[in-house]
Design a binder for this molecule. Structure first.
Ligand code: C5P
Length: 223
């Protein structure tokens, strides 16, 4: 059977990652979380006090960053930064609070897009993010744009954080999601927007199974 490329974009915490992961598992495809890459860059910049206004410093830092993924059968995917497992660290609020400013930098985007294209060179890939259908894989056979009500999104994110032992106020999560959406949608380089040929999926009142089922059916229609 022919393999295709699936691009899943949308606002923060709309359920893109869980959906993309499950769709990839159903189809026997590789799942790539592009947001984890921007989060890992943010962690490196924070740890090394990289000045965002110093172009040279940013470029030097980018040359020292190696991001890899490792699949764990039942526990999902772990993200590694220069050989260290940073999966837990990159999901923390202090990373969420800084990631969109760093993701807006042109050199950061150039470096990440090049790596994402390499990772997704072979078809049979589901990648989620903000610019996958518009910039990274504009020729993807199936493009999904996910949206959801802000309260539903914040509630889901709060539950995820709670499961990892982090208690965060709902108002703080809503404020972070709105701030990130605004920066992601208004940045000069590859802003978050729905590709003209993307199918919109509103996940507010859908279960994960319903979202996955819907997208798998759309994918099977393209194969
Ligand atoms: O998907 P996630 O919410 O983990 O992404 C974290 C941040 O990374 C986003 O808010 C956005 O600023 C950035 N991002 C991006 N382009 C992508 C994926 C994520 O700019 N393709």
């Amino acid at each position: 059977m022919r393999k295709i490329t699936l691009a899943i974009d949308g606002y923060s915490a709309c359920g893109k990652s869980s959906t993309a992961k499950a769709v990839a598992a159903e189809l026997g495809y590789t799942y790539i979380d592009s947001g984890a890459m921007y989060r890992a860059v943010t962690l490196y910049f924070q740890q090394n006090h990289v000045s965002l206004t110093n172009k040279k410093e940013v470029e030097n830092a980018l040359n020292k960053i190696d991001i890899t993924f490792q699949n764990n059968k039942d526990k999902g995917t772990d993200t590694f930064l220069n050989g260290l497992n940073v999966e837990g660290e990159i999901r923390k609020m202090y990373i969420s609070e800084n990631v969109s400013q760093i993701s807006a930098l042109e050199s950061v985007r150039e470096a990440m897009v090049a790596q994402q294209r390499k990772l997704g060179k072979k078809s049979g890939v589901v990648m989620d993010g903000r610019d996958i259908g518009t910039v990274v894989f504009p020729d993807a056979e199936l493009k999904i744009f996910m949206v959801a009500d802000i309260y539903v999104r914040a509630g889901r994110r709060q539950k995820e954080l709670m499961e990892k032992g982090q208690l965060v106020d709902l108002a703080e999560i809503i404020s972070n999601l709105e701030k990130r959406d605004k920066i992601d949608s208004s940045r000069a380089v590859s802003p978050l927007r729905k590709a003209d040929d993307a199918v919109e999926v509103d996940s507010s009142f859908l279960t994960l199974e319903e979202q996955v089922d819907h997208i798998v059916r759309l994918a099977l229609g393209k194969i």
